[in-house]
Write a protein that binds this ligand. Structure first.
Ligand SMILES: Nc1ncnc2c1ncn2[C@@H]1O[C@H](COP(=O)(O)OP(=O)(O)OP(=O)(O)O)[C@@H](O)[C@H]1O
Length: 383
């Protein structure tokens, strides 16, 4: 009964009264931390309390007021969880933006920490455990995050002992009719979403988050996604599906560096049928196991191509996958540029020019991965 009330309460979206304020009068703007698709993330110091906070300034022309209220409501409601970004009870409007205040993650997001070849296994397990806890909390309230990716996991400790989930801009109640979220990376999308046509509506389910956590764990361990797109036109994905459906005993190349326990977990999270997919809580069952197989990981680079006949196809598809990231980045440029210009105007009205661009940082990371993929492909083709 208590849980039911909690659940009802979280879905009762509060419309906070939004006062129009002059940002530069209240805050000392120190710089732009990042630029998302709809928002600019500003590092500021609150003049009166001398506290450093982050302001998420969402451009009004790109976001309906009701969407802002939903994002702020869910972000604030969820933020007491230790692995969810803390949000302050501060929301207001400026001339062009809806704004709310958050705590500052000094180490940025996970896409800046995951290097070619991946993170140490111990770090990945800490991330998996904290992410499972945060997303498990959302799921207990029947909320679907819908946009789980490295960029939405903020790092508070270099050894990954504290990470927090952020960006509840796409979060909705389970069962809500939605269309594909425009700014998610294709390799992170589950098959049931990949197969939708543009603007097709679907009922969102908790299980799509479980798939995305599976992909995040894979990317953290290896440094790159397992395929470009979870659909039948993708060779790497097809190989995985054939193996999962036991049509072949040959473990797909990009999964050869893992132990059987890890493979069991990842197969459960990356189950094609959403109704059969593991819940996030299942991840906890595998945290004490060894994930990387020391012997095979020395032989098969998870970032590389197959040493057999299908090597070029898989290698090409994986290169394409990383290229696709870069292209999607470019695709986002137009949208980001529009909002960037408007936000720039707003900021320069307060005498501030900004130059940091998160898109460029992420693009650099993926260019590096592309280089890594190319090197290991060459290595395996020479075997
Ligand atoms: N509190 C914070 N501290 C430090 N960096 C942050 C913080 N909040 C956000 N960021 C940075 O800003 C980026 C974009 O933030 P956020 O995801 O909230 O914006 P968005 O416009 O919703 O992004 P998207 O492109 O995913 O729609 C994050 O990936 C992260 O790098």
């Amino acid at each position: 009964m208590r849980n039911k009330n909690k659940e009802l309460c979280v879905h009762n979206i509060q419309k906070t009264k939004l006062d129009d304020i002059d940002v530069s009068a209240e805050y000392d703007i120190q710089g732009t931390l990042a630029e998302g698709s709809f928002a600019r993330i500003l590092l500021v110091k609150h003049r009166r309390t001398n506290t450093k906070v982050v302001l998420k300034a969402i451009h009004m022309e790109l976001t309906a007021e009701s969407d802002f209220h939903r994002e702020y409501h869910y972000s604030y409601y969820l933020s007491p969880h230790p692995n969810i970004l803390s949000i302050y009870p501060v929301a207001f409007t400026t001339e062009n933006c809806f704004v709310f205040a958050q705590e500052y993650a000094l180490l940025g997001d996970l896409s800046g920490s995951v290097k070619a070849g991946g993170l140490p296994e111990t770090y990945c397990k800490k991330i998996a455990q904290q992410l499972a806890s945060a997303v498990g909390f959302l799921h207990s309230l029947k909320l679907v995050h819908r946009d789980l990716k490295l960029e939405n996991i903020l790092v508070f400790a270099a050894d990954m002992s504290l990470v927090k989930l952020c960006d509840f801009g796409a979060t909705v109640r389970e069962g809500t009719l939605v269309t594909k979220h425009r700014c998610t990376w294709q390799p992170f999308l589950p098959p049931e979403i990949c197969e939708l046509v543009t603007n097709e509506k679907y009922e969102c389910k908790l299980t799509s988050d479980c798939w995305q956590i599976g992909i995040i764990i894979f990317v953290c361990l290896t440094g790159c996604p397992p395929w470009q797109s979870a659909d039948i036109s993708d060779v790497a994905y097809c190989n995985f599906m054939r193996w999962q459906k036991r049509k072949t005993t040959k473990v797909p190349l990009q999964f050869r560096s893992f132990t059987s326990r890890f493979l069991r977990m990842i197969k459960r999270l990356l189950e094609r049928k959403p109704e059969k997919r593991a819940s996030v809580n299942e991840i906890n069952k595998y945290l004490k196991d060894i994930w990387m197989d020391r012997k095979t990981s020395a032989r098969a680079s998870s970032c590389g191509a197959d040493a057999g006949a299908s090597s070029s196809a898989v290698g090409a598809s994986r290169r394409e996958s990383i290229n696709m990231y870069l292209n999607q980045m470019d695709g986002k440029t137009h949208l980001a540029d529009e909002s960037k210009n408007r936000l720039k105007k707003l900021l320069s009205a307060h005498g501030l020019e900004t130059t940091i661009d998160q898109k460029t940082i992420t693009k650099r990371v993926w260019e590096w991965l592309l280089q890594c993929d190319h090197q290991s492909t060459t290595k395996f083709e020479n075997i």
